[in-house]
Design a protein around this ligand. Structure first.
Ligand SMILES: Nc1ncnc2c1ncn2[C@@H]1O[C@H](COP(=O)(O)OP(=O)(O)OP(=O)(O)O)[C@@H](O)[C@H]1O
Ligand SMILES: [Mg+2]
Length: 304
């Protein structure tokens, strides 16, 4: 495997959301700050959205490692399929109040949730529910969530909600029938893909975390190609960089150069470059920079 060839301890560009590899661009810092605020301070609803594959789930995993669990109870819901039971069932599963084995009526679940929230409040603990992939839960489930935030004691709301999802979540929240939940959103942040400078730093960072002596080099033109074809989307950067390492390994090379990167792009069609055609101006500039330096039009080199 290429791990030995390059001396890595682990794969530098896996596509799992592993928080050990987090690179803190200014945007990732800001998104994390918003998530922390939503979890630690905020009452009401926090919404963090971001383009597909930009690091939302990775940030949540990082956050979950740092939570003061003596003061907070946190439930995480990901991949909700409301076809497999009501949202309330998912909430109870996430808070570990229900194992999902027996049939329990929504009414009973609701009263158990209410009792739990009051108990936690009396014990000085706050309860936060983080919903990842919230763009998939649908309008009805979002409305259900809003009703759960109405459970309160004295003047305090007992359940805080953090919604994380792809840009469609914003569209969903703009629908008139969701105005009530939209108005409860008191903190929001939108995560965009990385810019060229961040992409270069991101690649360096992941190579460093993967460990081993620095025997591999991505040259600057290769990194520019990867930026151009990924448009700075971390998951696509990972896919292309991983392919580029495989190509370099196959050619018994320790450097990823322009041709290696172009080869990697040529080989990676499914779910990769072909799906991310929303070229940014900065990506277009990158293409010009490479062309000026090498005379190669990278779009033509890859697509013919
Ligand atoms: N700031 C970052 N530092 C290091 N790796 C990152 C960063 N952002 C994203 N990644 C990596 O990119 C890949 C995709 O990230 P992740 O799954 O968190 O994206 P997502 O926004 O949750 O995507 P989706 O919209 O599909 O749910 C993962 O391998 C992740 O580790
Ligand atoms: Mg995700």
């Amino acid at each position: 495997m290429y791990l030995n060839h390059f001396g890595f301890k682990e794969k530098p560009f896996s596509i799992t959301p592993d928080p050990d590899f987090l690179y803190f661009s200014d945007q990732h810092k800001a998104a994390l700050a918003m998530l922390e605020y939503g979890v630690l301070e905020q009452s009401g609803i926090t919404v963090v959205t971001g383009e597909v594959g930009c690091g939302k789930t990775t940030l949540i995993r990082h956050l979950l490692r740092r939570i003061p669990y003596d003061k907070l109870t946190v439930g995480l819901i990901s991949n909700v399929h409301t076809s497999l039971g009501s949202l309330l069932h998912w909430v109870m599963l996430a808070l570990k109040l229900y194992e999902g084995k027996e049939e329990v009526s929504s009414l009973r679940l609701f009263s158990e949730l209410q009792e739990f929230l009051v108990r936690e409040y009396a014990g000085g603990r706050r309860v936060v529910l983080i919903v990842d992939e919230a763009q998939n839960i649908g309008a009805a489930a979002l409305e259900e969530l809003r009703m759960l935030t109405n459970i309160n004691a004295d003047k305090d709301e007992l359940l805080q909600i953090v919604l994380v999802g792809q840009p469609q979540l914003l569209k969903l929240l703009e629908q008139p029938e969701l105005a009530q939940i939209a108005q409860r959103v008191t903190a929001e942040y939108h995560l965009e893909p990385l810019n060229i400078t961040e992409t270069l730093a991101y690649i360096r960072h992941r190579l460093q975390v993967a460990g081993g002596p620095p025997t591999v080099r991505f040259d600057i033109q290769a990194a520019h190609v990867i930026y151009y074809f990924s448009c700075g989307v971390p998951r696509l950067i990972n896919t292309l960089c991983d392919h580029a390492l495989v190509v370099a390994y196959a050619n018994n090379r320790k450097t990823v150069d322009l041709e290696t990167a172009l080869d990697a792009v040529r080989q990676k069609r499914i779910g990769g470059v072909e799906r991310f055609r929303k070229r940014t101006e900065e990506a277009e500039n990158t293409k010009q920079v490479i062309q000026a330096a090498t005379g190669i039009d990278i779009e033509v080199a890859v697509n013919g």
